[in-house]
Design a protein around this ligand. Structure first.
Ligand code: GAP
Length: 509
């Protein structure tokens, strides 16, 4: 645990030190859960967006993209259910005056019991060595079984209470479990109440109720309300999809874990419109397709797992999360939901406009069903960035920090480095820059010893360093060093374009 906390701190400080992510409004002491992307951060973020966008639109003939406004008609959020039900249960500790999400307090309590189980398993593993059978131990050890039963009972009871919107019961559960405030150490809790996560503001000059507008809490609704516009103008035939990348806003109560949970963030969402009755096949298709997308980035499969929802939201008939192993454990990265015809039907009802599709094959009209894939851009950034940061001991005993990002996503694709700042090497290096900068994001660096410059590029994840030396001036060859192996090839400058292109080729299938 402590080791992971340490790693997480390193990730946050590396992101800041190397111009990836800064706390927002830092000179005014920052804003909780709001972050700014720096010069390398924005490149990495844009590359992730492009990688997702291409995989959705360019690679699927039946998916197109749109870009809808953040402000939308307020009735949309009534229809979608967000005004009435997009809530978190909130509780305050009267002594510390700190506010918590009741579900997070319960989850943290469960995590402590899980820790006990894990310790028990570790101890036994050490005791039994190679002959240790983990599955058997977990299913037979009385202490583990007792703790697992506790977890199951709390989970079930809490889910039931939330389902029934029984907030008094939630408070009783917190008291019964003896949960204390991590700051004051007391159990002096307020009642639990629901807190709506949408930010609102006024449009126009009057601050009357009717002028209240919301900052969208998801981009999906912009797709739903435009589905017929796109279907008609794009002559789309079901099944088809609409993709969108954009900002979303949520007034999160527990805002921690860096860019994992933010108040202003970006989503990459795709709604896939299908014939009713086929949605579960498409749900499976998208589970598989999205998994392949993640694996195409070259990150170990063991870092991902599916978490199927047993309790479903009222509008869904199947749902799963793709979880990623962040430094603080497995957490949701992406959601895949079979949303039925809930959203379109509600918009039909609230707008009074027909949102039906005429299916020429069936010769009938219906409201399509929808399978959604929804992934947080910032969470994807964190997953990729945290997985890439490595401290390595080299053969000569020295150490380096390297960000082995998927090459296709690296902010800078190649750096051009004149070995020394004289003898015509800078001029030659500039020539190479001019040759390549149309096609790749490049960086020129002539300051400090070459070793130090390599380290700087390693730390921002640059896949290739091109070094101009005396021989370059004689025969137009350069050395090109690969980030992960540190191996160097000597090639002609005319081969650089192909060499780099092949090295960073997108892996999308
Ligand atoms: N349209 C469906 C939807 O919005 P969600 O599970 O609430 O579903 C989808 O959000 C994804 O958006 C999540 O899997 C996560 O990656 C990202 N996300 C949600 N809340 C976030 C927050 N406060 N900060 C950063 N990312 C967030």
């Amino acid at each position: 645990m402590a080791q992971n906390e340490d790693l997480f701190k390193k990730i946050i400080s590396h992101a800041k030190e190397y111009g990836f992510i800064f706390p927002s409004s830092e000179i005014y002491d920052g804003m909780a859960a709001v972050y700014d992307y720096g010069q390398y951060g924005v490149e990495l973020k844009n590359n992730i967006k492009q990688y997702w966008w291409k995989s959705m639109t360019q690679m699927h003939e039946n998916i197109v993209g749109i870009d809808t406004a953040i402000f939308m008609h307020p009735t949309i959020w009534k229809a979608s259910g967000h005004v009435d039900a997009f809530n978190d249960p909130l509780i305050d500790n009267k002594d510390s005056k700190k506010r918590y999400r009741a579900d997070v307090l319960v989850e943290d309590h469960i995590a402590k019991i899980e820790d006990k189980i894990n310790k028990e398993v570790e101890k036994a593993e050490k005791r039994f060595g190679e002959s240790f059978d983990k599955a058997q131990f977990i299913s037979t050890n009385p202490r583990v079984m007792e703790n697992q039963a506790k977890i199951d009972s709390i989970t079930e009871r809490f889910a039931q209470l939330m389902n029934d919107n029984n907030l008094v019961g939630v408070k009783e559960l917190i008291e019964e479990l003896g949960i204390v405030c991590p700051i004051s150490g007391t159990r002096n809790w307020t009642d639990v109440r629901q807190f709506n996560l949408m930010f609102s503001t006024q449009m126009g000059s009057l601050s009357e109720d009717s002028n209240v507008v919301y900052l969208r809490p998801e981009t999906a609704q912009g797709i739903f309300v435009n589905y017929l516009n796109v279907q008609k103008t794009g002559r789309m035939k079901i099944p088809f999809g609409i993709a969108q990348i954009g900002k979303a806003f949520r007034n999160e109560i527990v805002a921690r874990q860096f860019i994992f949970r933010m108040r202003e963030f970006e989503q990459m969402e795709m709604q896939f419109f299908v014939r009713p009755g086929t949605e579960l096949q498409w749900f499976e298709y998208w589970k598989e397709t999205r998994k392949k997308w993640h694996l195409s980035l070259g990150i170990a499969e063991s870092k991902y797992r599916f978490h199927d929802h047993i309790k479903l939201a009222h509008y869904a008939n199947a749902a799963t999360d793709i979880e990623f192993e962040f430094p603080f454990g497995f957490k949701e990265l992406e959601g895949i939901h079979s949303r039925t015809d809930f959203d379109l039907k509600r918009h039909q009802e609230f707008s009074g406009k027909k949102l039906q599709y005429f299916d020429p094959e069936l010769n009938e009209s219906y409201v399509p069903y929808v399978v959604e894939t929804s992934i947080g851009l910032d969470r994807t950034f964190l997953a990729i960035f945290s997985n890439a940061l490595k401290e390595e001991k080299l053969e000569d005993g020295s150490e380096r920090v390297v960000l082995n990002l998927p090459k296709v996503l690296a902010p800078i694709k190649a750096a051009v480095l004149p070995l020394v700042k004289k003898d015509g090497m800078p001029e030659k290096a500039r020539e190479i820059m001019d040759m390549l900068k149309q096609d790749f994001m490049m960086q020129y660096d002539e300051k400090d010893a070459i070793g130090k410059r390599y380290r700087r590029q390693d730390a921002i994840g640059t896949p290739y360093c091109i070094t101009v030396d005396t021989q370059t001036l004689e025969d137009n060859t350069v050395t090109i060093r690969e980030r992960d192996t540190m191996k160097q090839d000597r090639i002609h400058i005319n081969e650089l374009f192909t060499y780099i292109s092949n090295g960073i080729r997108p892996l999308i299938k």
